[in-house]
Design a protein around this ligand. Structure first.
Ligand SMILES: *[C@@H]1O[C@H](CO)[C@@H](O)[C@H](O)[C@H]1NC(C)=O
Length: 189
């Protein structure tokens, strides 16, 4: 906003593009002043903010393998968070689908690294989005064949935090002037 007010950037917009795989320390690009058309394809859609104090939007209808839930939800679009947080009952049911179990600290889940993982799909503004299985697992445990499962229970029912696995699947375009966020597929990956 300051850069825009000072005339340094063209538009009060920024884009966050995260590489699916970090290459030689290159984890992605933040573009200030517009849509990143170098790394991101055309914008699929913009979604109006549900609350203006943060990048919170409405979405609905999640599915994860044999589990589906047609509730409406809100989510914080948070590229800075490494995982996806969701309502405890929903995350518990999703964990059952892949046989994910809590780690010792009961904070995070782990899943067998060789388990077949379904896509996580949901609808934002009438368009379907997908976080593929290859974005859902973290590093393998040093002593077993268990991998971090990148979902966790957030305390509030109906509320999600869409972090890294979502931001790696779709460029996040923050447009506070128009009170909306947009999404685009990353190019060439
Ligand atoms: C569906 O989602 C709602 C909203 O988060 C939740 O309260 C409910 O428990 C979920 N139902 C199931 C069966 O997981």
């Amino acid at each position: 906003v300051n850069a825009y007010n000072q005339g340094v950037v063209d538009q009060p917009i920024y884009t966050i593009y995260l590489r699916k795989n970090i290459q030689n320390g290159d984890a992605g690009v933040i573009t200030y002043g517009g849509v990143d058309s170098t790394n991101c394809g055309s914008v699929i859609a913009y979604q109006p903010l549900a609350k203006y104090d943060n990048y919170i939007i409405a979405f609905s209808g999640i599915s994860y393998g044999s589990y589906a839930n047609s509730s409406t939800y809100t989510t914080l679009v948070d590229s800075t968070s490494g995982s996806i947080g969701g309502p405890p009952s929903v995350i518990a049911n999703m964990a059952k689908v892949v046989g994910a179990i809590h780690d010792e600290g009961y904070l995070f889940y782990q899943v067998d690294c060789d388990k077949k993982i379904p896509s996580f799909t949901f609808t934002i503004g009438g368009k379907q989005y997908t976080v593929d299985s290859n974005q859902q697992l973290g590093p393998k445990n040093a002593t077993s064949n268990m991998c971090e499962w990148k979902f966790y229970s957030y305390v509030e029912d109906g509320f999600w935090i869409f972090g890294g696995p979502f931001a790696k699947s779709y460029c996040n375009i923050y447009d506070p002037g128009n009170k909306r966020v947009g999404f685009a597929l990353p190019k060439g990956q």
